[in-house]
Design a protein around this ligand. Structure first.
Ligand SMILES: Cc1cc2nc3c(=O)[nH]c(=O)nc-3n(C[C@H](O)[C@H](O)[C@H](O)COP(=O)(O)OP(=O)(O)OC[C@H]3O[C@@H](n4cnc5c(N)ncnc54)[C@H](O)[C@@H]3O)c2cc1C
Length: 329
């Protein structure tokens, strides 16, 4: 069933052959997302919007629907890219050529401070901060090479985002919104050796501009009972999930959170009886009893996340009952 949205954009693919549908089906399969197909259309709901593919007599109509222009831009970028890879072009009704990439916000670095021995807290301010406090826990930080004037990604003539390359290529790590109010948001950087992000954060950045993209990466896990496991990189996400859950998902209950972090870094969580600092995350996962209606949320090194998923599957948890995310590799 198609939904009604405030924004809409159409495009046309000259050939009505099945190649466009096949390209989008392949992309959805790669991302393990369902597509709804009826006799007269294909509908794919993603990122809060909807993509509809409708065969016409001599062509194929593409309709993008979403609550805001940002979702339309994200869908336009994805469809243009997927179809270009299949050798197909889309004649869009409108392309915002030269506009900043969808979801990109240029923010001012308001402050950098040491939150705890292992973490720096960065505050960014800007008029778009509010949208990073809802709908997704994470964002992508876009860092230009040190000393270069930033070149931000912009929308190209085909509707695809053009990313700066070579000497202007951006470093694009993902971070978690630690807190958001009014025109600011905070995020916490785990300090580790060889980190371009830590080097940036320690280089006197107050007052400079930086771009972020998002929000994305999922919202709160929803289930009657939730167990959280994470290393240092997941500490900000676990702290945020625990803060938001009573407000945004009161029907869920967080049974416990096991963190592989120094206890000095548990700022704001240390007195919470549900928190356990552990030296071995996978060991803690194996030892944890799993109630029947539990959702297990796990984030950390890619190898650990893979192993966590395999072990939970072997213990009988279905796909929908497990979030196992690679936060670094
Ligand atoms: C959804 C999501 C949310 C995240 N949220 C946060 C967050 O809020 N705070 C946070 O600090 N991180 C977070 N991360 C992890 C962060 O994106 C990675 O650690 C990323 O590699 C950091 O970029 P970098 O510039 O420090 O290092 P990169 O350039 O990516 O890597 C440089 C070197 O550092 C190593 N490295 C990367 N991470 C670690 C680590 N944790 N310990 C030791 N070595 C490491 C890499 O293996 C590489 O050798 C998140 C990741 C995801 C996917």
């Amino acid at each position: 069933m198609s939904r009604n949205f405030a924004c809409r954009l159409s495009g046309e693919v000259a050939s009505p052959s099945g190649a466009a549908a096949a390209a989008l089906r392949a992309r959805a399969a790669q991302w393990e997302m369902p597509i709804l197909e009826t006799a007269d259309r294909l509908v794919w709901s993603l990122w809060g919007g909807e993509l509809r593919l409708i065969p016409e007599r001599d062509s194929l109509r593409i309709e993008l629907h979403g609550p805001e222009r940002r979702q339309i831009g994200l869908l336009q970028d994805m469809v243009s890219e997927a179809l270009a890879e299949a050798g197909l072009g889309v004649a869009w009704d409108h392309v915002d050529v030269g506009a900043l990439a969808p979801g990109l916000a240029v923010m001012r670095v308001a402050s950098v401070r040491r939150l705890s021995p292992g973490f720096l807290r960065i505050r960014l301010s800007g008029p778009e901060a509010g949208r990073f406090g809802q709908g997704g826990l994470h964002f992508r930080l876009l860092l230009p090479p040190p000393g270069r004037v930033p070149v931000w990604p912009r929308i190209g003539p085909t509707g695809r985002t053009i990313w700066p390359e070579a000497a202007d290529a951006l470093h694009r790590p993902v971070y978690t919104v630690a807190a958001q109010q009014g025109d600011w948001l905070d995020f916490d950087i785990y300090r580790h050796p060889g980190s371009p992000t830590c080097d940036w954060a320690m280089s006197g950045i107050e007052g400079s501009d930086v771009a972020i993209m998002g929000p994305g990466g999922g919202w709160l896990p929803e289930a009657p009972q939730i167990l959280l496991f994470g290393d240092q990189t997941a500490l900000p996400a676990i702290r945020r999930i625990m803060q938001l859950q009573p407000l945004c998902a009161p029907e869920s209950r967080i049974l416990g959170a096991w963190l592989r972090v120094d206890s000095a870094d548990l700022v704001g969580l240390a007195s919470d009886p549900r928190i356990t600092a552990v030296p071995d995350l996978l060991g803690a996962l194996r030892a944890a009893p799993l109630p029947e209606a539990a959702h297990v949320w796990f984030a950390g090194h890619a190898d650990d996340a893979r192993q966590a998923r395999d072990e939970l599957t072997a213990r009988g948890l279905g796909r929908k009952s497990v979030t196992a995310a690679a936060y670094w590799s």
